[in-house]
Design a protein around this ligand. Sequence first.
Ligand SMILES: N[C@@H](CCC(=O)N[C@@H](CS)C(=O)NCC(=O)O)C(=O)O
Length: 203
Amino acid sequence: MTLTLHLASGTIAMCVHAALEETGLAHDLAWVDFGAGAQTQAPYLAVNPKGRVPALVIDGTVVTEAPALMDWIAATTGQLMPGDPLAAARVREMMGYLSSTVHVNHAHKMRGHRWTDDAGAQAALRAKVTANMTDCAEYLESRLQGDFVEAELSVADLYLWNVTRWMPGDGVAMDDFPRLRAHHDRIAARPAVGRVTTLHEGR
Ligand SMILES: N[C@@H](CCC(=O)N[C@@H](CS)C(=O)NCC(=O)O)C(=O)O
């Protein structure tokens, strides 16, 4: 099997990268230069017409959307997903929330132009980011009861780690969310996740 992950540093592609590392799936990396706007240019749009990362090329087939990729990695390796259908649904529930709500709230900081051309309205969207992300942190703090999202490490933990990594920069006071911060630190301390972080922070 050949795998190429298209990614940019610090983005939601990090959790997919971490899942590949954690499960030991061999892969190549194709960094997309966001500083140069490469995600909006023809060579990358030929990979992913949505102009977003991550995209994973699996034996020549492009698959996008972080939750789908996390699910695929879990199904392919038999790792990072509970066998019990109810627990698995709870893992996917978490990934759905993170992708559809938390990630979108975060995007209002840098990507307000997706929703409005009005500069004042974009500033108003930015001004809501800390409050919205803090609301999400409150929910997540209440949802986390043990060391992991479910009983064992799953793809949802890597996804949550990726998103909580953004929270201090979004103005969330992590001291107010001790379970969430401890979860973040627990995942960050994993050797595979550390290798990914070093690569992203080195760029
Ligand atoms: N729904 C997509 C969202 C991916 C996404 O928005 N990625 C951001 C980085 S975190 C991106 O590529 N942004 C590029 C841009 O907005 O130009 C997923 O979950 O994979």
